[in-house]
Design a protein around this ligand. Structure first.
Ligand SMILES: NC(=O)c1ccc[n+]([C@@H]2O[C@H](COP(=O)([O-])OP(=O)(O)OC[C@H]3O[C@@H](n4cnc5c(N)ncnc54)[C@H](OP(=O)(O)O)[C@@H]3O)[C@@H](O)[C@H]2O)c1
Length: 274
């Protein structure tokens, strides 16, 4: 990775978090290039990370071993068509755009090409992301390794065998941070009603969420077993859990994930037709 040229198209949140991760991590990639229409944003990137910048998307494309498409999904068609003629066949294209199918990127390029689709999530911004990757059949083993080490700089990585699984991933980890934020919001409201100050409630709830996630990550037991262990018969947790289950928590989460997955499929259809 140290030797390779990574070119980012779109200098927003996601590009910023990956670049930050690359430069902080164990394998700093020295040759980073970034293209975005906003010169002020580019200047900030250059000042902070010493990367090469341009307001022209095609400026560095010929140099790219990896070209990361980090623009909004609605911009993808235009951006991909604009890059097609200058992109080497050897370049690996990594798209982080939600809902844009690999076959549509290929169609907009006008040729078969090595493409990795990636669904990251917002905790990537603090290098604690969860990314799912899918490679088309043009991607070599070396390119798979490259894509994986790129996304590992902002968190964990899983590989999908079928692109269709991206819709489920979008519903689970793509949208997932918002579900946990909602749970934290609801807990915070109740904590305040129970008489704790907003600051104290916030701190206790965030640390509890972090601690529970860390325990679940580090434990060899499943989350069900961890829950049973802290739920003593006749105790306080048991009462809380009973109330949550009486409110159909599990069924509600099932409906939420199904709805998000359906929407991901609908959006992919709309965006792919552009
Ligand atoms: N943020 C996340 O956690 C997250 C999670 C999963 C997937 N993604 C995907 O990551 C992609 C980027 O998301 P983001 O949150 O980083 O969005 P963002 O912050 O809006 O970044 C996109 C950047 O692209 C720039 N841009 C607009 N048109 C361009 C063009 N023609 N050529 C080059 N750059 C252009 C935008 O500039 P302006 O602001 O001036 O328009 C902006 O700086 C999206 O496709 C999204 O689906 C993001």
């Amino acid at each position: 990775m140290e030797q390779c040229n990574i070119v980012f198209i779109g200098g927003g949140n996601m590009a910023g978090s990956i670049i930050g991760g690359l430069l902080q991590g164990d394998c700093p990639a020295k040759n980073i290039y970034i293209c975005d229409p906003d010169q002020t944003k580019l200047d900030a990137f250059q000042q902070r990370y010493g990367v090469n910048i341009s307001t022209y998307n095609d400026q560095f494309v010929g140099l790219a071993d990896v070209l990361v498409l980090a623009v909004k999904p609605q911009m993808m068609h235009q951006v991909v068509e604009g890059l097609a003629s200058k992109m080497s066949h050897e370049t690996l294209l990594v798209s982080v755009a939600a809902g844009i199918r690999e076959k549509n990127i290929g169609r907009w390029l006008g040729k078969e090409h090595a493409i990795v689709r990636c669904m990251p999530n917002t905790p990537s911004l603090v290098q604690t992301g969860a990314s799912a990757l899918y490679a088309n059949n043009q991607v070599s083993d070396a390119q798979r390794d490259l894509a994986e080490s790129l996304m590992r700089t902002v968190g964990i990585v899983v590989w999908l065998e079928h692109e269709a699984q991206m819709d489920a991933v979008t519903a689970v980890s793509g949208s997932g941070p918002a579900y946990f934020f909602l749970v934290m919001e609801a807990m915070q409201k109740s904590a305040e009603q129970l008489g704790l100050s907003p600051d104290m409630s916030r701190l206790l709830i965030i640390q509890t969420a972090l601690g529970a996630a860390k325990m679940a990550m580090e434990s060899e037991e499943g989350v069900g077993e961890l829950r049973h262990r802290v739920t003593s018969p006749g105790g306080t947790t048991e009462q809380g859990i009973r109330a949550l289950q009486a409110g159909a928590l599990e069924e509600t989460f099932d409906e939420a994930l199904q709805a998000a997955c359906r929407r991901s499929k609908e959006l992919a259809k709309i965006l792919g037709d552009t």
